[in-house]
Design a binder for this molecule. Sequence first.
Ligand code: PMP
Length: 423
Amino acid sequence: MTTINALDHEALSTMYSNLMEEYEAFKAKNLSLNMARGKPSPEQLDLSMDLLNKLDSLDVKDSIDIRNYGGLDGLTEMKELFAQLLQINTSEVIVGGNSSLSLMHDTISRALLKGVVDSDMPWVKAPKVKFLCPSPGYDRHFAICEMYDIEMITIDMLEDGPDMNQVEELVRNDDTIRGIWCVPKYSNPEGTTYSDEVVDRLANMETKAKDFRIFWDDAYTVHHLTDNPPVLKNILKACKDAGNPNRVFIFASTSKVTFPGSGVSVIAASEENIGFIKKQLAVQTIGADKINQLRHVRFLKDAENVKLHMKKHAEIVKPKFDLVLNKLESEFGNDNIASWGKPEGGYFISLNTLDGCATEVVRLASEAGVTLTGAGATYPYGKDPRDRNIRIAPTFPSLTELEAAMEVLCLCVKLASVKKLLG
Ligand code: PMP
């Protein structure tokens, strides 16, 4: 089979005309398909419907009336569940509201205005605040930095996590670098799980800013697609062992376990950090939604049961990942015009086109009725330096819709590649 890269100008021109014909035929179908955001499908949401029937009694371990105010850091049983899932102590947990992203946002804004444990002054009083952003990464992390004028420094993602040589060099020499964003398990979008070495180097590295923080967004900690999932080393323990117990803030939520937007979130950290945050939080809120916490604990029960529940998610999600991966393999397995990750969990597949083609692919797909995450969204400031990364979110569409969307996407990748090769 001749690969696209090996075709001469004439063959490429013919190919372009044929692909254009196919493309116009797709456009005529007036498709309306969306692979833009990582949302669970309705079938996945159905798995948690029983959550809504779990409030027959309101008795809790703390012997409080959960209908009333109180419980700043959450119900004991919810703290115990998160502690089990994250393998930390209940004293290291604050249960939040329905969104871990909002916990991350609030943590940053409080650090800017008031500093963190170990700060000499609020971050915002320094002439500059910078964050390291392993990329491709999660666009909403980058949006928080952008809104607060935190300068973002792109760090390359390698196969086992961020390029630690780059990270160590930067944080050792620049005291304006206050933090790093990490999605350590099944990273968004590449599906990478950080190696033990990366976790240890993050915990141990010398930082010029003594109040440097790792924002450890463990959003996909239980979202496995295989029976033998990779094990992520415990960052809080690694930080304690390294003598830097306050270095990390861990975030997670049940958003993609139960109902996104109606789940329960958590921030976990050293007891000193937790004490510091609780004092500030007490000004912001009297406590999060305990009724939602109770029904979550009753529904999810314990870590073992969460595992079984997530297996049911995987049964729905895995065929969709397989469809995307098989299609990419059959379309591009013999060409050098695209490469992609093969995640073992999480919500995304990261596709790299030839340099300079991603924006064109997303535009072409959009005109043919297939919405993808905007090109560049996975990089700070929405600017992919090589304009090649596309985030595929396969969970929401049905298998039939996904098949149609992948047909269009692959065609658009070919069209944009051939156009580029034609020059
Ligand atoms: N972190 C990551 C890495 C995510 O992908 C998402 C959801 N797409 C979130 C956080 C949002 O979490 P939550 O619903 O708890 O705010």
